[in-house]
Design a protein around this ligand. Structure first.
Ligand SMILES: Nc1ncnc2c1ncn2[C@@H]1O[C@H](COP(=O)(O)OP(=O)(O)OP(=O)(O)O)[C@@H](O)[C@H]1O
Length: 472
């Protein structure tokens, strides 16, 4: 190709490129560049063409010059330039060598990055805002959940609360699963209170308390004079009472098989025929069910209908037992101590060791058991501070075995690899435990099977001040 045509091609490439292409000779004198791109440096073509990049660098127009850098380093370079006009430019420069390895010219591509950087900054700012909004929403959620009587610190309950908020905006059937006393009814009420049906009835039916023979009349209602002993005017069934609201079927696993079939039909068709009635009534309601039974194994054993299981198991929510979310225990204790104090005009407090015991206990009856035990202990203890000795034997027993059995000792020996230290840990632990149970050093001596002077000596050895400890 002829030289003048090659020049025309080169000019066209430079003119049409999205990047600013600049060519300098081996001394950094600008030979070619697209004038349209130089506005970002705040100068015009006649001010830079034929000028040295070193000069422009000195004048602060190129800060720094990519060409100067390539000439100096004799290799490809990349930099971010901050121009006088406040722009940020990404410049990449490439050296071109002759056969002898001398630089004959440098070519650079530069691109205005200001917008991208601004967008990036804006994106990061919005990200930060989003995180702060998320935290705020979570805090509000926690507070909001509190108004429905749900207190938590555990991630598992936080996740359930989030799901409840999400599904409460839909009409999806929710199946609450978990052992007795974990809060299934409480969550069901929260779900209803957050839904569009909140101003309509919430009908809670404990399926285990309705006798099989009365199930139909209780659930579907009956017409006047349909059976002896029936109300003369007839009666609305529980499903009809839930019209436009929520029907909460608690203990659904307790329903006899014969009843399950009848219920399934109603749930599928949302139509109810009163006992002794002639026409079906269409009832609009949202269904929530709960059980503390292993419903899937009931299905396997043929004790629960598979079709009814599919009908209710749309959104299953497993609420874990309290022993699997011990981080919820302190806040529950604080709440219940406060509310029981208010209810009975008391001013009782839990000793820190009592808190520890409550946290270690397995709580087979979950939150309900915690609430009940606390109420009983607070009402039956004369003293203002509740010590471990005031607690029921089951809680103390668990503590006793946990602190004295081999796993505890093993743990310390494994960790320390030092017998003396491990013995000290065990001794200290036993002293604290004896202090929880006993009032005097004489009682402690009896409890631990050593002499009273030994107790005093050991307390001194481990700098344990009984009076101070009791105040904690
Ligand atoms: N997260 C919680 N925060 C505060 N109180 C709770 C919480 N969970 C449950 N409770 C309380 O524990 C008690 C038992 O809760 P609830 O009746 O909802 O449990 P359940 O799982 O439905 O029990 P069951 O299976 O026996 O019907 C209630 O007094 C309830 O207020």
């Amino acid at each position: 190709m002829e030289k003048h045509i090659l020049n025309m091609v080169l000019d066209k490439i430079i003119e049409t490129s999205n990047n600013n292409i600049t060519i300098t000779d081996h001394q950094g004198v600008i030979l070619r560049s697209n004038p349209n791109h130089w506005s970002i440096y705040g100068i015009k073509a006649d001010q830079y063409l034929g000028k040295s990049v070193y000069q422009l660098q000195k004048e602060g127009i190129l800060s720094p010059s990519i060409h100067a850098m390539v000439l100096e380093n004799k290799k490809t370079c990349q930099i971010l330039q901050h121009t006088k006009t406040g722009k940020v430019v990404m410049a990449t420069g490439f050296p071109i060598f002759d056969e002898k390895g001398n630089i004959v010219c440098v070519i650079s591509y530069s691109q205005d990055q200001t917008e991208i950087l601004n967008l990036q900054e804006e994106y990061e700012r919005l990200q930060r805002k989003l995180v702060s909004y998320q935290t705020e929403v979570e805090e509000l959620r926690e507070k909001d959940a509190e108004q429905y009587g749900i207190l938590f610190r555990s991630q598992s309950i936080e996740q359930i609360v989030k799901t409840i908020y999400r599904v409460s905006k839909t009409d999806a059937t929710v199946l609450l699963l978990g052992p007795s006393g974990v809060g299934k009814s409480t969550f069901a009420r929260m779900l209803h209170a957050n839904s569009a049906r909140k101003n309509e009835p919430f009908i809670e039916v404990n399926c285990s308390t309705i006798p099989e023979t009365l199930f139909e009349s209780e659930m579907f209602g009956y017409e006047a004079g349909s059976f002896t002993g029936a109300n003369k005017q007839g009666k609305q069934g529980l499903i009809e009472q839930a019209k436009d609201g929520t029907l909460f079927l608690d203990e659904i696993g307790e329903l006899p098989l014969s009843v399950q079939a009848k219920l399934l039909r109603v749930l599928q068709e949302k139509k109810v025929m009163r006992v002794g009635g002639k026409e079906e009534r269409h009832i609009n309601f949202r269904l929530i069910a709960a059980t503390n039974q292993d419903i899937e194994s009931m299905v396997e054993k043929g004790e629960f209908r598979l079709d009814l299981f599919y009908r209710v198991n749309i959104i299953p929510l497993h609420i874990p037992p309290l022993r699997e979310r011990k981080e919820d225990i302190p806040i529950l204790l604080q709440h219940y101590v406060k509310s029981i104090n208010e209810k009975y005009q008391l001013s009782k407090k839990l000793h820190t060791t009592t808190y520890d015991l409550f946290t270690q206990y397995e709580w087979p009856g979950n939150v309900r058991e915690l609430e009940n035990i606390l109420e009983r202990v607070m009402l039956t203890t004369d003293e203002e501070i509740i010590y471990p000795e005031h607690l029921p034997a089951t809680i103390k027993k668990e503590h006793l075995s946990e602190t004295t059995t081999l796993p505890f000792i093993d743990h310390h020996i494994d960790e320390e690899h030092n017998l003396k230290k491990a013995v000290e840990q065990v001794e200290k632990r036993l002293l604290y435990k004896a202090m929880e149970r006993c009032k005097t050093t004489y009682e402690m001596a009896k409890y631990l099977g050593i002499s009273q002077p030994s107790i005093v000596r050991k307390l001194k050895q481990y700098s344990i001040n009984m009076k101070e400890e009791r105040k904690k």
